[in-house]
Design a protein around this ligand. Structure first.
Ligand SMILES: [Zn+2]
Length: 295
């Protein structure tokens, strides 16, 4: 049965059926469709209560600022990307979890707010990181009362949102003229996706409700008055997701903790072998984009 694309309304055929291969929260099957026009890949129907597919362990909350200091080292590239475009101002992060990037942005001198669905993470963001945290799983509603901001950042969040288009619109309206939206997400044009299909760890059903092609996202943002300043699958973060993809693709083959560890190591090896392909622009498993508000 064909389904109307949630973006352009074109009739979309079934693409594949998947399961929660990453977290095993449920045994349900999920139906994915691919739009022949805009190439969006989406789950239909989207489960009504997505919250139940995020296990307690999904949102790790550290116990100290020391942990944050160490963990945020791996995410320094994110603040470096932001600071290539703007050094200072107000910044909102949507979906920061416990807040490595939030922490780095605050350290860099930004005035930082956060919108986060997990209440324990919000407590940590407020009490330990020291930022204003809005506890909400509906960014569109939360954005109505927030900002405007010089920067809004979403690191691997947009693919989780059933109302992604409305969120992009709300976000762009809460960025100041001349301000920036910084966004990273899985890349459905990735080499890995072609090889792994439904078993690609970034399919992450049902938590990833859609996979948005780069071209579609750039077009969409342009319609919202946002000019693409950076579009790449080759930044440090995106390259890291290539390794993650292979580690988890192999790791997901076996539930035993020890065997999993060996499989992850094999994944890392395969990632190294395939790096010449995956490091090519557009072929990586994730992209990072920076948009400037021009209208
Ligand atoms: Zn479409």
């Amino acid at each position: 049965m064909n389904i109307s694309c949630p973006n352009c309304k074109s009739q979309s055929e079934p693409y594949f059926i998947s399961k929660d291969y990453n977290q095993h929260v449920t045994n349900e099957t999920f139906h994915h469709y691919r739009c022949p026009e805009c190439e969006l890949i989406f789950i239909s129907p989207i489960p009504e209560d997505l919250g139940v597919y995020y296990p307690d362990t999904y949102h790790f909350v550290p116990d100290s600022v020391d942990y944050l200091e160490k963990a945020s080292g791996h995410e320094r590239y994110k603040i470096d990307i932001v600071q290539q475009f703007t050094k200072i101002g107000s910044l909102l992060e949507i979906g920061p979890s416990y807040g490595c990037f939030t922490y780095l942005a605050k350290q860099a001198g930004f005035h930082v707010d956060a919108i986060e669905m997990n209440a324990r993470c919000c407590e940590f963001l407020h009490d330990v990181v020291g930022v204003h945290a809005i506890n909400s799983d509906d960014p569109v509603r939360a954005l109505r009362k927030a900002g405007p901001y010089d920067v809004i950042a979403l690191w691997h969040v947009i693919e989780h949102l059933p109302n992604a288009w409305a969120t992009l619109e709300a976000m762009c309206s809460r960025v100041k003229p001349g301000g920036y939206v910084v966004l990273a997400a899985p890349n459905p044009d990735a080499f890995q996706f072609r090889v792994m299909g439904r078993y690609w760890p970034h399919v992450d059903a049902p938590r990833h409700v859609m996979l948005i092609p780069m071209k579609l996202l750039v077009d969409k943002m342009s319609q919202l008055g946002m000019k693409a300043e950076l579009v790449t699958t080759r930044d440090e973060g995106s390259l890291g997701w290539n390794t993650f993809g292979w580690e988890f693709f192999f790791g997901n083959l076996n539930a035993n903790r020890h065997i999993k560890r060996v499989l992850h190591r094999i994944g890392r090896l395969v990632a190294r072998m395939l790096a010449p392909i995956e490091r090519r622009e557009g072929k990586g498993s994730a992209y990072t984009m920076v948009f400037k508000k021009v209208a």
